[in-house]
Design a binder for this molecule. Structure first.
Ligand code: BT5
Length: 264
């Protein structure tokens, strides 16, 4: 089945997420397109999907490799009535939605790495980039949830610098996976978790996130710019921050950075 605006629209009508789709063969970054659409007032649940990105973005101005014909690159406009300090809930919820999705194909082998990576057998298969527009007066105006999933990309096609640390669903499952089916299921999962998050609060997302994460009890290092924090992971708090105990048993909250497991 082809992967285009028509085939997607056929499967996504009457959904809260995916009710309005903009599909592009090629775009610089789906997050940038979604951000502009959100500024122009499009409703919550609007999604931007592209077959290929020429300037796919990671965090901290890093690049997301986004070749055509194989992967999912999508950005969703959400307008939750939440205080901006709770925006990390949306990032963690998205990780859970993707982990649940990929577990359907690779049971027992999917893990979450704080804050935004989904791994299969220890290799990165998905990254999440959330961007927000908010003000102290009005709170959150919108959050753009950008998701990149390596679906049918071949191992040799990854850039050399991360070829050994990245993977695709096809590499792990051993067969091609329909991007159309996967995208529809992704939006279903997101819609379910988002609706529950707004109704019930963060507790169940936190529990699910911790079940998928292999970080609790491990010694990690988190690097943000040139600042390094290290310690044993105790969990995440109600704001979505990572809680670590350093070597002197001082408890610290980590709000941002790149985490890696150093031992244990
Ligand atoms: C992320 O950043 O993991 C967030 C990636 C979000 C991408 C989506 S695609 C749709 C939407 N539109 C956008 O423009 N972005 C979002 P970060 O944690 O900073 O990881 C980036 C790092 O992962 C890079 O520096 C590489 O080392 C590695 N990397 C780049 N492309 C990759 C890929 N396709 N698969 C696995 N790893 C990759």
């Amino acid at each position: 089945m082809e992967f285009n605006e028509r085939t997607l629209a056929d499967r996504l009508s009457e959904k809260r997420i995916g009710n309005y789709i903009q599909f592009f063969e090629e775009v610089e970054s789906t997050n940038d397109v979604a951000f502009r659409l959100a500024e122009s007032g499009v409703p919550e649940g609007t999604v931007v999907i592209a077959d290929c990105q020429t300037k796919g973005k990671g965090r901290l101005k890093r690049q997301w490799q986004s070749p055509p014909g194989c992967n999912i690159y999508t950005s969703i406009v959400l307008r939750p009535a939440i205080d901006p300090v709770y925006a990390p809930h949306i990032t963690l919820m998205t990780g859970v939605a993707v982990a649940d999705l990929l577990s359907g194909y690779c049971p027992e082998n999917v893990t979450l790495k704080w804050p935004n990576d989904v791994h299969i057998r220890g290799k990165k298969v998905c990254g999440v980039l959330t961007e927000m527009s908010a003000s102290t007066a009005k709170g959150v105006d919108f959050i753009i949830v950008g998701i990149g999933i390596n679906v049918n990309m071949g191992r040799v096609d990854f850039e050399e610098s991360f070829r050994d640390t990245a993977t695709s669903l096809k590499e792990e499952v051993g067969r091609e996976i329909s991007r159309l089916d996967l995208t529809v299921k992704l939006f279903d999962n997101l819609e379910y978790l988002y609706t529950r998050l707004l109704a019930e609060g963060f507790g169940f997302v936190k529990d699910m996130w911790l079940r998928y994460s292999d970080m609790v009890g491990r010694h990690i290092q988190v690097v943000f710019n040139d600042y390094v924090q290290a310690g044993e992971v105790l969990g995440i708090d109600d704001f979505g921050a990572l809680i670590i105990a350093d070597e002197n048993d001082v408890i610290r909250r980590v709000m941002a950075g790149d985490a890696s497991i150093v031992k244990g």
